[in-house]
Design a protein around this ligand. Structure first.
Ligand SMILES: [Zn+2]
Length: 213
């Protein structure tokens, strides 16, 4: 059975008004609606993921009094674990129960008639998430994997925003968890679109058994 995963098509990731807008991100909305409604695709389920942060989330620059888009070293949220990870601090985005966190209306209106589920991520304050399956430490897991297994999904197709962050990480997790995984490139947009970044991304996906078509 195949499931479509639509990653983070939320107001804050969309131009012109989103606080962390992905360039040209709004261009994917109509194509994704067509893809969902295409009878030839025969989606068994459609999942929408949402970045869903509390105020003062650790990924917000303002939480640490640092400039937006600066580099930051995250410490493991697990007591006694001295592991660190490098990350980027973002403008405030996708705060729970705000306009910015809503999946764009146009998309939600179109899909109300389908079997779909919404998966929230990023709701624990002390850790960053990119993948819709788990936080960057792989300590906390969302309900996405359980949902896919319960609905007999063996194959996932991933679209949405942004290609080089949450789409990429969600796809790599899916492949690691044993799903046959494909990113549909035309239904995504990246933050970094230069040739070097794209080549690096393609290599990373290939090494992790994710198809990019
Ligand atoms: Zn976020």
């Amino acid at each position: 059975m195949k499931t479509l995963i639509v990653v983070d098509v939320q107001n804050d990731f969309l131009p012109p008004k989103g606080s962390l807008a992905v360039p040209h991100g709004d261009e994917v909305i109509d194509p994704i609606i067509e893809l969902i409604n295409d009878p030839a695709q025969d989606w068994h389920r459609v999942v929408f993921t949402k970045d869903w942060h509390p105020k003062k989330h650790t990924s917000f620059a303002i939480t640490h009094n640092q400039p937006e888009f600066s580099k930051y070293t995250y410490k493991s949220p697990r007591f006694g674990d001295l592991t660190t990870q490098e990350g980027t601090l973002w403008p405030v985005h996708c705060v729970q129960n705000t306009w910015g966190a809503q999946i764009t209306n146009k998309l939600m209106k179109e899909v109300s008639k389908h079997h779909f589920k919404i998966v929230d991520k990023g709701f624990l304050r002390d850790r960053e998430y990119y993948s819709a399956f788990h936080d960057i430490w792989k300590f906390h897991r969302t309900d996405l994997d359980d949902y896919l297994r319960k609905h007999h999904t063996t194959e996932v197709y991933i679209v949405g925003l942004a290609l080089d962050f949450c789409v990429k990480c969600t796809a790599i997790s899916a492949a690691e968890l044993g799903y046959k995984t494909t990113i549909l490139k035309d239904y995504t947009r990246a933050i970094n679109t230069d040739d070097e970044s794209m080549a690096k991304l393609e290599k990373e996906l290939q090494e992790n058994d994710v198809a990019l078509v």
